[in-house]
Design a protein around this ligand. Structure first.
Ligand code: N01
Length: 842
């Protein structure tokens, strides 16, 4: 058994939310974070001027309405320290720290097909096993320093913006060289210029930037969006970028030029990149439309920068605006009017070397005291490729990605079962509001993990064909836009030797979400769901001992026995079980039923029990008794803390259908009316008793009978169809029950085949499942009844009945009753008991 359900690499926005989401779903999770604090990007990028270019009201978690109401952002665009404070607040508020391991870098993760689990190794030499491995390492984490000859000889300090010293850097009276004029360089430059003796900005490619118009949060504005936050978030989920911005909805080329200028000016004045670029529908797909916007922006540079020669160098001309990430700044261009700032064009005269006292270009030498690299990242795949990730057959992820990173839906790389990537290649990721995309990804991954668990699938992996089709779609959409025209990190052009592939999904956040939801609704279409792996350990050794013992005892199969022989055999077998735990009181009662007295036994674990459980034993409606099930019912009483009424309903063939179902219902009415005294009541049962519990719940709903808090069905008989896959898989004599035994039981209980279709015999056939009490289902893998249990859960879910499903991958039919013999019996009873206890206590 794996140490964890989910191991997460990284504790930035994605890892933090993953811990919360997985843990809230009842999964065990640990996030490993290389940093000494949480925050990811916002932990590492603490250079002066670091600020988000998505508005704070959007760049924040939406999963908790209370959190979004309580937290107040001080500015329209939050600065790095505030984002980091926010993330620490979230970790405090939701108690996430115990499941986050700081100062620990994931170095390797490898998949073990036999065990269906990942082994995740960390740089402290430790390793853990986990059923699922989730990468939350981010898209822009692996920073890059260009290989400049002589860098090691530089006499002064040098820094990369993404590893900025926590205590800050004092540039006073220093001559500083800044390499890189992307989003980061543009933010850090004015901060350095404000204190340094001189700043030299080494520009290879001029960049576009729109103003932020940043400012302190206006309380009225904050109150306004908070009043409607929920519906605003819903709009964001359906929007194109994950931020609901209102464009004109028209192409710029169809608009009178003066009108276009007016709109662009308005949006320029208001600030912000998304509303500006999103003003017209054709800006990112039509070069002529793009040129209009680009020229508008070049005009703004010309009117800001005093020296026309410097302005000319700052004009971006080599790529469409937006095709490289649009920068945002209120003061970058104006900074070039300062006397202590020099723009150095390294496009025409490239950097050639670093010397002890400065930088040499093809035509000059610049004397410098400090160097700052704002030279970006090995984006999308870089951070994950730094981990030695190996999938099926030990294939390294880096090898799979040698021609470019890829993953089905941007989440699941084929060949890497049970591995998911938050905002991976093929997802909208960097083309969206990352926080919103992270939430969507994490929730989708969580649901997939839960689905796998509920259906007994040990492994979930993307089919190569699904991955191919998805990535072809990603490429097709990308090449219908102008994005691939720029030499950007989006296509890997900033990393020498990296394959040039565009791997972000440009189809929009809303359509992407809809696609992911549709895949899930179709039972995870495009994924191979592998139950066989769950059986790789085959029958649990303890259960195998029981099966071996029964085989050694010999004797005919049940279906060749008379009912009396079968009862005698079951009674003899049950003597090996138990004894169950002590309870405070046990009393035998006779319940007045419609057809006469129904013997029953009431187990009270302690005075003041919070609820009542009516329990129906298994035995195919033909065998079994309250005595035979004494141990497991005692254990359930203790585990649940509730009074349990174990019912000796009438058996077939002496009493055919619906005698047992009638007794079961009468027992419920008695327990609810005479015993419960207002306390919550649940029904429960195993095998044929699970059938009676399900039928009793149906009848209580149909007859407006007692309200039920829960139905606990343990490998229940839900249908008379003996042709399901699991019946054929376990048609041998070596299991507790097989297909012919079940036919024998049905023949005795409902001799008339047509009557078996009655939902009170085959509850799976009930036309409507809505309004039934929540289902807690226990199933075993090595059980002919396995699939009808799953089918019942599916129908319940479809009818929006809450379902909690525990599937035991190495267990056999009947295991729940083998108290003291099987560890899994004790575990299953204690888990089911805990749920009953929680339900009973409200
Ligand atoms: O990195 P970049 P970044 N010699 O790759 C230059 C996010 N972000 O850290 O364009 C000389 O964009 C390179 O030149 P060129 C945002 O998504 C967001 O700035 O390749 N120069 C370029 O000028 C952003 O897009 C925020 O010719 C070299 C610069 O270095 C992403 O992070 C803030 C060079 C790298 O620009 C990355 O931004 C900051 C070399 N050998 C970052 N190698 C906000 O939210 C590279 N360059 C506001």
């Amino acid at each position: 058994m794996a140490d964890l359900d989910v191991a997460v690499a990284g504790a930035g926005f994605a890892g933090i939310y993953a811990v919360h989401a997985f843990r809230s779903a009842g999964l065990t999770v640990r996030a490993f974070e290389a940093g000494s604090g949480i925050g990811g990007t916002w932990f590492w990028n603490r250079y002066p001027g670091a600020r988000c270019d998505v508005e704070s009201k959007d760049y924040s978690y939406s999963f908790s309405p209370e959190l979004e109401q309580d937290w107040s952002w001080s500015e329209r665009y939050p600065a790095q320290p505030e984002v980091l404070r926010y993330l620490n607040h979230v970790a405090d508020r939701f108690g996430l720290w115990p499941d986050i391991q700081l100062n620990t870098r994931v170095t390797a993760a490898s998949w073990d097909t036999d065990q269906a689990e990942w082994t995740v190794t960390t740089d402290d030499g430790a390793s853990v096993t986990a059923r699922f491995f989730v990468s939350a390492v981010g898209c822009l984490s692996a920073y890059q320093v260009p290989s400049l000859p002589g860098l090691e000889t530089f006499a002064g300090p040098w820094y990369h913006t993404s590893r900025w010293p926590a205590g800050g850097v004092d540039f006073t009276r220093l001559r500083v060289g800044l390499i890189g004029t992307g989003s980061t360089g543009i933010q850090v430059a004015p901060e350095i210029a404000a204190v340094a003796e001189h700043l030299y900005v080494f520009q290879r490619t001029a960049n576009f930037a729109v103003p932020n118009r940043n400012g302190a949060t206006d309380p009225a504005w904050e109150a306004g969006f908070k009043a409607d936050y929920r519906s605003y978030r819903k709009q964001a989920q359906k929007s194109f970028l994950g931020v609901p911005i209102a464009g004109t909805g028209r192409p710029a080329l169809a608009e009178p030029p003066a009108e276009v200028q007016r709109t662009l000016t308005e949006r320029w004045q208001a600030g912000g990149g998304m509303p500006f670029l999103g003003a017209y529908t054709d800006v990112l797909v039509d070069r002529d439309a793009n040129d209009i916007v680009a020229e508008f922006m070049r005009d703004r540079i010309r009117e800001t920068v005093a020296d026309p020669a410097v302005a000319e160098l700052l004009l971006p001309r080599t790529y469409p605006v937006g095709a490289k990430r649009l920068c945002q700044s209120d003061d970058y261009f104006a900074m070039f009017n300062r006397p202590n700032v020099t723009l150095v064009d390294i496009r025409s005269a490239p950097l050639t070397s670093v010397l002890a006292r400065g930088l040499r270009t093809a035509d000059a030498f610049y004397e410098l005291d400090a160097l700052v690299f704002a030279t970006g990242f090995d984006a999308i795949s870089g951070a994950l490729n730094q981990i030695d990730v190996r999938g099926v057959g030990g294939v390294p992820l880096a090898e799979k990605w040698s021609a470019g990173p890829r993953a089905y839906l941007g989440v699941a790389p084929a060949g890497f079962p049970n591995m998911f990537i938050v905002t991976g290649p093929g997802s909208p990721s960097v083309f969206s509001n990352m926080v919103l995309s992270i939430e969507q990804h994490v929730e989708w991954i969580r649901d997939c993990v839960l689905y796998a668990g509920a259906h007994g699938y040990a492994a979930v992996q993307a089919k190569p064909s699904a991955e191919d089709a998805w990535m072809a779609h990603v490429t097709e959409v990308a090449y219908s836009t102008l994005f691939p025209l720029a030499d950007s990190w989006y296509v890997g052009a900033n990393i020498p030797g990296k394959p040039r592939v565009f791997t972000s999904y440009l189809g929009g956040v809303g359509p992407y979400r809809a696609r992911c939801d549709a895949v899930a609704a179709a039972g995870y279409e495009g994924f191979a769901l592998d139950r066989r792996l769950a059986m790789s350990s085959s029958v649990h050794p303890q259960a195998q001992l029981i099966l071996d013992g029964m085989a050694a005892a010999g004797g005919p199969p049940i279906w060749e026995m008379t009912p009396e022989q079968a009862r005698a055999m079951v009674t003899a077998n049950n003597e090996h079980i138990g004894p169950g735990p002590d309870v405070a009181s046990v009393r035998d009662v006779v319940i007045p039923g419609q057809a006469g007295g129904i013997p029953a036994r009431v187990y009270s674990p302690a005075p003041g029990a919070p609820g009542v459980v009516v329990y129906y034993h298994g035995g195919g409606w033909v065998v079994g008794s309250v005595d035979g099930w004494d141990a497991s019912v005692r254990a359930l009483a203790v585990a649940s803390g509730c009074d349990v009424v174990s019912v000796d309903y009438r058996l077939a063939p002496e009493h055919v259908f619906p005698a047992a179902a009638d007794d079961a219902y009468d027992a419920l009415e008695w327990a609810a009316g005479e015993l419960a005294d207002g306390r919550p009541v649940a029904v429960a049962g195993d095998s044929a008793g699970g059938n009676l519990a399900a039928v009793t719940a149906l009848r209580a709903r149909d007859l407006d009978g007692p309200a039920l808090a829960l139905q606990l069905l343990v490998y229940p008989v839900t249908d008379c169809d003996l042709d399901r896959t699991s019946y054929h898989e376990y048609d041998g004599a070596e299991f507790i029950v097989n297909r012919r035994d079940m036919a024998w039981y049905w023949d005795h209980y409902v001799p008339e085949p047509a009557a078996r279709m009655n939902p009170y015999a085959s509850p799976l056939r009930a036309p409507d499942m809505s309004g039934l009490p929540p289902l807690y289902l226990v199933t075993a893998e090595h059980d002919p009844l396995r699939d009808e249990g799953f089918a019942y859960a599916d129908r319940m879910r479809a009818a929006r009945v809450p379902v909690e499903h525990r599937h035991y991958g190495s267990q056999i039919h009947g295991f729940f009753s083998f108290v003291n013999l099987l560890d899994d019996a004790d575990k299953a009873i204690s888990e089911a008991g805990a749920t009953i206890r929680a339900v009973a206590k409200g």
